[in-house]
Design a protein around this ligand. Structure first.
Ligand SMILES: Nc1ncnc2c1ncn2[C@@H]1O[C@H](COP(=O)(O)OP(=O)(O)OP(=O)(O)O)[C@@H](O)[C@H]1O
Ligand SMILES: [Mg+2]
Length: 368
């Protein structure tokens, strides 16, 4: 699949942009702070309905109330237009071929992307939310219904937390809390199951990519660390649901005392073990980079194999400058198998090009 055009109005430092993109490599060159990442971020947004680096409110140009993103896609000759309207005070709106859709998740799945950036190392090194975010962004693209489950869960969690907080130190209406418990557990078990499926699908690819990049035989094991201390791999969804119900009952008083929900997928982590050791604590800088790259490369292949929109658009945001030569090589070789690759760089010499690229210069929110 490919993005044939991008239009922006009041998106970050772009007042207005109409850009035609080409198949193959599109190279965006510009000094720091000119709008390279903003541009690819806008395209990425259309595939996950979130930015990979900021809350959505930061995308609207400062002092404006509304931001528009439009992308035109082409997949095996079929064309499609996605429109996104981000509003400061009103709800955001989403459209397909000019028609506003009821649920935002309806625009998902049409455009798939995999983004590589210098922050990818955080996937290994940083807090659990980074890893949950990785799984969620992948899951949303493969199965847009997952987006709905996640937003429903977020809403239920917020309301349940508000109730617990308001009850802090006072008596609580247990029947209302029990209603929230039921919804929470139902949605939680669906999220956990989705993540389990994703991990099962991606793990062989991660192992394969890692051995190619690092030229080592080290085995990678990936699994979820559960907030209720069970191994999800050994339980059915129904069993997980029961365990969550049981745990939530046992934590009743503690949750009321602390005014917050203490279990659920918002507290799970993704364990990535390299030769039996947790990579978060033990991987060297080089190993961590190889792991992060392997996760991203395997995601791209998983999308290519399992989504009905073909190969994802690959976004390489300023990533070559932080990779050593062997990892650069692995990425360059990988790129050649994809229909469209968007690359940003401050210095053109950092980008190892193997085929002809369409070159753009980015300067203060304008693209030539
Ligand atoms: N909401 C916003 N309103 C106006 N300007 C913004 C907004 N958000 C970000 N910017 C500006 O956009 C500019 C470009 O940011 P961007 O991250 O795209 O730069 P870049 O070209 O990728 O630079 P680098 O090479 O350093 O990564 C920044 O100077 C920032 O101040
Ligand atoms: Mg940038």
């Amino acid at each position: 699949m490919q993005v044939t055009s991008l239009s922006l109005v009041n998106y970050r430092n772009y007042q207005q942009l109409n850009l035609t993109l080409k198949p193959g490599i599109n190279l965006f060159i510009g000094k720091n702070g000119q709008g390279k990442t903003n541009l690819v971020e806008a395209i990425r947004y259309c595939s996950t309905l979130s930015s990979h680096r900021s809350p959505t409110s930061a995308l609207i140009t400062a002092d404006k109330d509304q931001s528009l993103i439009g992308v035109e896609l082409e997949n095996q000759g079929k064309k499609l237009k996605l429109g996104i309207e981000l509003n400061k005070s009103l709800a955001n709106r989403h459209s397909i071929n000019g028609n506003i859709v009821k649920k935002s998740s309806e625009v998902l799945g049409a455009l798939t992307t995999v983004i590589f950036s210098p922050e990818d190392i955080d996937l290994i090194r940083r807090d659990p939310s980074t890893r949950r975010g990785f799984l969620n962004d992948l899951g949303i693209q493969l199965r847009p219904a997952y987006f709905q489950t996640l937003s429903d869960y977020e809403r239920v969690l917020k309301q349940r937390n508000a109730l617990l907080k308001s009850a802090k130190g006072r008596s609580i209406d247990t029947s209302t809390l029990e209603l929230w418990d039921e919804q929470l557990v139902e949605l939680a078990s669906r999220i956990i199951e989705n993540r389990e499926q994703l991990i099962r699908s991606i793990a062989p690819g991660v192992n394969e990519k890692y051995s190619t990049i690092s030229k080592s035989e080290s085995e990678i094991e990936i699994y979820q660390i559960s907030s209720i201390d069970i191994d999800y791999r050994n339980h059915t969804t129904e069993e997980i649901k029961e365990k969550l119900e049981f745990a939530i009952r046992g934590l009743r008083q503690e949750e009321i005392d602390r005014g917050i929900t203490l279990i659920g997928p918002q507290r799970d982590d993704l364990q990535i073990k390299l030769s039996g050791l947790s990579s978060k604590e033990h991987a060297s800088q080089g190993e961590a980079w190889s792991l992060a790259l392997s996760l991203k490369l395997a995601s791209a292949e998983l999308i290519a194999e399992s989504s009905n929109t073909g190969k994802p658009v690959i976004i390489l945001d300023d990533v070559f400058s932080v990779l050593d030569s062997s990892r650069r090589e692995a990425l360059t070789e990988f790129m050649s198998g994809y229909e469209q690759v968007l690359i940003t760089a401050a210095v053109e010499e950092d980008v190892p090009l193997t085929s002809k690229a369409t070159r753009f210069i980015v300067e203060s929110g304008k693209v030539e």
